[in-house]
Design a protein around this ligand. Structure first.
Ligand SMILES: C[S@@+](CC[C@H](N)C(=O)[O-])C[C@H]1O[C@@H](n2cnc3c(N)ncnc32)[C@H](O)[C@@H]1O
Length: 395
């Protein structure tokens, strides 16, 4: 099985990138966000070690290395596929990134490389292992006690039509060894599916790419929120936050109905309910850390915390007349979110400047409208934090 994975990624380095392609910015590799989430923005990145496990053709590795150009931090990209690493190395060279060490090998042997990571990314890799839970456990040992990790794995409910098709392809290709023939068979089956088949109805981006999904047969293990909690716990880790927490909150779908039932749930049941109510979450992207470490809480009601925008969510709002509300409409996956800023609070965007504390922002808002300020801040800041647009750090 591990051989199949290695062969597929050796023949088809992922993501498919040419040597001259510029790297992409990634969520799990954005250093200001990582620093805020784990260390309240106070980690001195200079002597830190950042590792991209199963780095493929190098997008996340390069993104981190680019953030860290001016530091003496060490960035490591590790992958089992030599051809993927060759592309990654060439791409990094072209953009002058000299702060990356590349390791060709299996993550299961990470201990041999003596890695002790401040932060480790493992994006769309672990589900391909024979035993993904073993992967979590091995990686857990390579993270410092006060370190963090970012993972992306496949969702059990949102991506189920792909997992269903992997079973179909597995049956048809059971005795087919040739990779091209297996792929041709898989593509032909897809073309013959009736239009009502769930696989025909899912957005293309829910699949990695027909070639990878089909060739990796039924070897991509999907996870529900409950599975994630159980697996992290076994590995000595705990969840810090999901990407786009809003999707995992039952209130996003149920509003203030069923409040009593929802408030009786523990954390994992609560987010699992959100996942089931959404029903289409194809991947789970999340941050985790060692069980005994307490990362900085992303709580916008902590008046001592300093809120900041990694990117401004309201770059076009200058065009709104001063007496009108600013309306931010966001589309994320299949969800639409709307955030409204009444005219008297429009200054909130400039008050969030990475220096003011929450209490400074609140004070200014209260001066505009004593009665509504608190309530506005609560709704506004929570919505932005849940959509990964606003983060908090220590003063
Ligand atoms: C879907 S790609 C993801 C690439 C990259 N992390 C990204 O998200 O763009 C999976 C990568 O994991 C690598 N991989 C699979 N099993 C591995 C293992 N046991 N050790 C290290 N890398 C592995 C593959 O070679 C491939 O490059």
């Amino acid at each position: 099985m591990a051989e199949i994975v290695k062969t597929v990624y050796e023949h088809h380095p992922y993501p498919p990138r040419k040597k001259e392609d510029v790297f992409k910015r990634g969520y799990l590799s954005t250093l200001p966000i990582i620093n805020a989430i784990f260390w309240g923005g106070k980690r001195d990145l200079d002597n830190c070690v950042f590792v991209d496990v199963g780095c493929g053709t190098g997008d996340n590795t390069m993104d981190m290395a680019d953030h860290l150009r001016e530091t003496s931090a060490k960035v490591i990209g590790l992958d089992i596929s030599k051809s993927a690493l060759d592309i990654a190395k060439e791409r990094a060279k072209r953009v002058g990134l000299e702060n990356i060490e590349w390791i060709e090998g299996s993550l299961l042997n990470i201990e041999e490389y003596g890695i002790s990571a401040d932060y480790l990314i493992c994006c769309s890799v672990l589900p391909h292992l024979d035993n993904p839970d073993e992967g979590f456990a091995v990686l857990s040992k390579a993270i410092k006690k006060d370190g963090g990790a970012g993972f992306k794995i496949y969702g059990k409910y949102g991506r189920w039509p792909v997992h269903l098709m992997q079973k179909v392809w597995g049956v048809i290709n059971r005795n087919v060894k040739d990779e091209e023939e297996r792929f041709r068979n898989a593509a032909q089956i897809v073309s013959l599916l009736p239009s009502f088949h769930p696989y025909k109805r899912i957005p293309v981006k829910y699949t990695i790419d027909l070639r990878y999904d089909a060739l990796l047969l039924n070897h991509t293990k999907p996870y529900s929120v409950l599975d994630i909690y159980e697996t992290l716990d076994k590995a000595g880790l705990k969840l810090v936050r999901f990407r786009e927490m809003a999707r995992y909150r039952p209130e996003t779908y149920l509003g203030n109905r069923f409040e009593k039932q929802i408030s009786s749930l523990d954390e994992k049941e609560y987010y699992h309910l959100g996942e089931m109510l959404n029903g289409t979450i194809p991947h789970h992207t999340f941050f985790a850390c060692p069980r005994d470490f307490t990362p900085f809480e992303q709580n916008p009601e902590n008046e001592e915390a300093v809120p900041f925008f990694p990117r401004s969510p309201a770059s076009n709002f200058e065009a709104v007349p001063p007496d009108k509300s600013i309306v931010i409409d966001l589309k994320r996956g299949r969800m639409n979110y709307r955030i409204i800023v009444p005219p008297q609070f429009r200054e909130v965007f400039s008050l969030i400047n990475g220096e003011n504390k929450v209490k400074d922002v609140l004070e200014e808002l209260r001066a505009k409208d004593e009665e509504k300020a608190e309530r506005f801040w609560k709704t506004f800041s929570r919505a932005l934090v849940d959509l990964d647009l606003l983060f908090l750090k220590r003063p």
